[in-house]
Design a protein around this ligand. Structure first.
Ligand code: ACO
Length: 395
């Protein structure tokens, strides 16, 4: 049995578009400042009548349709979000919206901008554990709801969106070979990729598996706080939990000591009498420190994952990072020696969409024909928590 991710996606984004010039009308900023410092020009923002659940459910429906997977065949629904409509989790509502009669397990994963990659890794773990054949992973966030629209340091960054993938188990026995190829064929069709001759597909994929290649290599970690001025930096490499040719290699860890002031805040309101109320205040962020964290941690994490996959930055086809800031993306690419033409980026149009940013960018890259079968993608999510996760995926 080979665990293999088949990524089939479609993304809905809200219709309300907010440009840099629009923001310059409400805070002291300019199109030039925002685009030079971040690379962002536009973002989509949900309006009062939109719900995160509806956005995520739309992405999920599209992904299932593209993958030709019936909602009743789903074994698990993972909603990666930090902005659920329901504090106790919105994934069951998506399960309901999809009309899953079999009631698959459905729950939320909260890991900010790392959520999608961590969701993908979780899906692979479930599949590998057995009993889970079709896992829906949705990345969806509506951070605009929690943005202080008077804070020019944060309100310029974020946009709202959702994206979804279906991760399927591929059984590589003689009897299952036909189904496997058939699934690949469907996935290619669904993703709008160039459909190659059957022989060519067999050639690529069977040699790939005969060599025992094609695992999803992943590295991830978190630290409650990251204080580069006070704490020594711990490299993003970790204890290897398990490694097996042709399967998933994973390693995790890394817990840094906590300090007082964090890089992010998302505090509960206090109404003056000291009582904490059940609503969140706005996002606070130490942008400079998060920037430093990203340009140090992300390349290390990807480098370690690549090493385990026997690859280097120059041998991957695509670098797909969480779309936070073009300067972060460029810095990581330079450090990994990935030429900029092999870097996927769409944040100019959507801003930082948190857990949705990677499936959103991947979808565009697949539809445009950039990402093709056999390509190797190094993907990494990073953000509040702090959390980060890198995965090497053979498409
Ligand atoms: N327009 C104009 N001026 C601004 C703006 C703005 N929108 N925002 C800040 N400034 C000013 C500041 O006030 C400061 O002025 P001063 O020098 O007079 O004090 C100056 O510009 C420089 O501000 P910095 O904060 O130092 O600007 P920086 O170059 O660090 O860019 C930014 C800020 C874009 C936020 C950057 O730090 C960044 O992208 N950080 C990473 C954020 C990130 O990636 N988050 C990812 C995770 S998100 C999540 O997980 C939810």
């Amino acid at each position: 049995i080979q665990v293999f991710p088949l990524l089939n996606l479609e993304y809905p984004v809200p219709t309300l578009q907010v440009s840099n010039d629009d923001l310059a009308k409400i805070v002291d900023t300019s199109d030039e400042w925002i685009s030079v410092r971040t690379g962002i020009r536009n973002r989509r923002v949900i309006t009062g009548k939109d719900s995160l659940t509806a956005l995520a459910a739309e992405a999920a429906k599209n992904a299932l349709q593209m993958a030709e997977v019936d909602p009743d065949d789903l074994d698990l629904v993972l909603l990666c979000t930090s902005t659920p409509d329901d504090l106790f989790g919105s994934a069951p509502q998506i399960q309901k919206a999809l009309g899953c009669k079999r009631n698959p397990l459905a729950y939320d994963i909260t890991a900010a901008c790392s959520g999608f990659v961590l969701g993908l890794i979780s899906a692979a773990c479930y599949i590998r554990g057995g009993g889970f054949n079709n896992v829906l992973v949705i990345g969806a966030d509506a951070l605009s709801r929690h943005v202080d629209w008077t804070d020019r340091g944060t309100c310029i960054l974020f946009g709202d969106a959702a994206g979804a993938v279906v991760v399927q188990v591929m059984e590589l026995s003689i009897t299952a070979a036909y189904n496997w190829l058939h699934c690949w064929f469907r996935a290619w069709k669904a993703c709008g990729c160039r459909v190659q001759p059957v022989e060519e597909r067999i050639g690529i994929d069977l040699s790939f598996n005969k060599l025992g290649r094609g695992p999803l290599h992943a590295l991830f970690g978190s630290c409650e706080q990251y204080q580069p001025k006070t704490e020594p930096w711990l490299p993003c490499d970790g204890r290897r939990i398990e490694e097996e040719q042709g399967f998933i290699v994973m390693s995790c860890l890394q817990v840094c000591n906590s300090e007082e002031d964090g890089l992010f805040g998302f505090d509960l309101h206090s109404d003056g009498d000291g009582q904490r109320r059940s609503s969140y205040s706005c996002i606070q962020m130490n942008g400079k420190e998060v920037f430093r964290f990203a340009v140090r941690c992300v390349p290390q994490s990807i480098e370690s994952a690549l090493k385990r996959a026997g690859l280097t930055g120059s041998s991957i086809d695509w670098l797909l990072l969480h779309q936070a800031n073009q300067r972060i993306i460029d810095a990581v690419a330079t450090r990994l020696e990935v030429p900029l033409e092999r870097v996927i980026s769409n944040l100019a149009n959507y801003g930082n969409t948190s857990a949705a940013s990677i499936p959103l960018a991947l979808d565009e890259a697949v539809r445009s024909g950039k990402v093709q079968s056999g390509h190797t993608i190094a993907a990494a999510g990073f953000g509040a928590g702090l959390t980060w996760g890198s995965a090497i995926v053979r498409w």
